[in-house]
Design a protein. Structure first.
Length: 316
C-alpha cells in the first residue's frame, strides 16, 4: 500500500487541550494546520488556549513574537467535516469514548484521501477496536502525545492489529520532523508504555498516602526532587545499569513482594472522583486550586517544562 509521505496539511480533530496544543507545534515547523471541532464554542476556547500557550512560549524566549504570528497564520479553524478532504495526515483528539471515536472515524475515513495516514491520540483505548470503523484500517495508527504536546517531546506511535509498517514509519517521521522523540509501541496493549508506567507509580503513590506512610506533598516531593530529576535524564533500565544489577536484584528480592498490587481504583482517588474534585478544572483535587491558584499552577508548570526542555533538548 502506498501511503502519502509528502505531508503539508494536517487536520486535527478536537480543539480541546490536546488538539489546540498540537496545532501550534505543527504550525511552528511550517505545516498548514486545520483545527476541526463540532462546536463553534470549542473552536473559540481552542483559540484562547493557543493565545495563552503562545504568550508563555514568548515569555520563556522559546519563540519570538514574529514567529508566534507566523504560527497563528499557519492555523485555520473549521466546523465543516468536508475539511478532511484536504488532509495529508489526520490526528484525532476528541473525547475519550470508544463509541464517539468510532462514529467520528466512520465518517471521516470516508472523506479523507485514501492514501492519507489517520491517527488517534487516545490515551489507552484499543487502536484495533477503533480501527474497526475506519475505511482502509491499514493506514490507521495510534499517535499518543503528552500534555502539553507543544512542549513535551514524547510521542508514542502504536500499531493496531491491521496497521501497516509504512503508516507507523510515516507517523514516526512526522514526529521527528517537528523535533519530537517518538517511540514505537509494537503491540496494542492497554495504556501503551507511558500510562502503564504512570499508573504503576500512581498506584504506589496512592498506597503510600492511604496507609499514612507519608503526606501527599512528600510523595510529590520524592518524585520532583529525586526520581523525576533522574528520569528526565536516564530511564529505568539505564538506572539499574548505573546503580548495579546486583544491588537492584537484592532489593527487588524483598521489595517487589511488598508493593501494592491492588486491582481496583484505590479509595483515595475514587473518593475525590465521587466528590467531583477533578483537580484544576474544578478548583479542587488532591490540593486546592480555588481563587485563580489553578491558572497559576498551570502557568508555572508550562514555564518549568519549557526550561527543562531547553536545557536537555536544544533542538526543541
Ligand atoms: N488531556 C490529556 O492529558 C491527554 C493526554 C494524552 C491523550 N489525551 C487524549 O486526547 C483526546 C482529547 O483529550 P483532551 O484532553 O484534549 O479533551 P478536551 O475535552 O479538552 O477536548 C476534546 C475536544 O473534542 C471535541 N469533540 C468532541 N466530540 C467531537 C467530535 N465528534 N468531533 C470533533 N470534535 C469533537 C470537543 O468539543 C472538545 O473541544 C482524548 O482521547 C484523550 O484521552 C489526553
Amino acid at each position: 500500500m502506498l501511503l502519502r509521505k509528502d505531508i503539508n496539511t494536517i487536520v486535527i480533530a478536537g480543539a480541546g487541550l490536546m488538539g489546540s496544543s498540537m496545532a501550534q507545534i505543527f504550525a511552528q515547523y511550517g505545516y498548514k494546520v486545520i483545527l476541526f471541532d463540532i462546536f463553534e464554542e470549542a473552536i473559540e476556547k481552542g483559540k484562547d488556549l493557543i493565545a495563552i500557550n503562545q504568550k508563555a512560549s514568548i515569555e520563556e524566549g522559546n519563540i519570538t513574537e514574529e514567529q508566534s504570528k507566523q504560527i497563528i497564520n499557519n492555523i485555520s479553524f473549521s466546523t465543516q467535516v468536508g475539511c478532511f478532504s484536504n488532509a495529508d495526515y489526520v490526528i484525532e483528539a476528541i473525547v475519550e469514548k470508544l463509541s464517539v471515536k468510532k462514529k467520528f472515524w466512520e465518517e471521516v475515513s470516508a472523506i479523507a484521501p485514501e492514501d492519507s495516514v489517520l491517527t488517534t491520540n487516545t490515551s489507552g483505548l484499543s487502536i484495533t477496536k477503533i480501527a474497526e470503523s475506519v475505511k482502509n484500517p491499514e493506514r490507521f495508527a495510534g499517535m499518543h502525545w503528552v500534555n502539553p504536546p507543544h512542549i513535551v517531546p514524547l510521542v508514542e506511535v502504536i500499531s493496531g492489529d491491521k496497521t501497516v509498517q509504512e503508516a507507523v514509519e510515516i507517523a514516526r517521521d512526522l514526529a521527528i520532523s517537528i523535533h519530537k522523540k517518538p517511540v514505537i509501541v509494537k503491540k496494542d496493549v492497554n495504556g501503551f508504555i507511558l500510562n502503564r508506567l504512570q499508573y504503576a507509580v500512581l498506584r504506589e503513590a496512592l498506597y503510600i498516602a492511604e496507609n499514612g506512610i507519608a503526606d501527599l506533598e512528600d510523595v510529590d516531593n520524592v518524585m520532583k526532587y529525586g526520581l523525576g530529576m533522574r528520569y528526565a535524564c536516564i530511564g529505568p533500565f539505564e538506572t539499574v545499569d548505573l546503580g548495579g544489577l546486583d544491588t537492584f536484584y537484592n532489593v527487588g528480592s524483598y521489595l517487589f513482594a511488598d508493593l501494592s498490587n491492588q486491582k481496583e481504583v484505590p479509595d483515595l482517588l475514587k473518593k475525590r472522583y465521587e466528590e467531583k474534585a477533578y483537580g484544576t478544572k474544578t478548583g479542587k483535587g488532591f490540593y486546592d486550586y480555588s481563587n485563580g491558584r489553578g491558572e497559576k499552577v498551570i502557568e508555572k508548570r508550562d514555564k518549568d517544562f519549557i526550561k527543562i526542555a531547553k536545557c536537555l533538548y536544544s533542538d526543541l
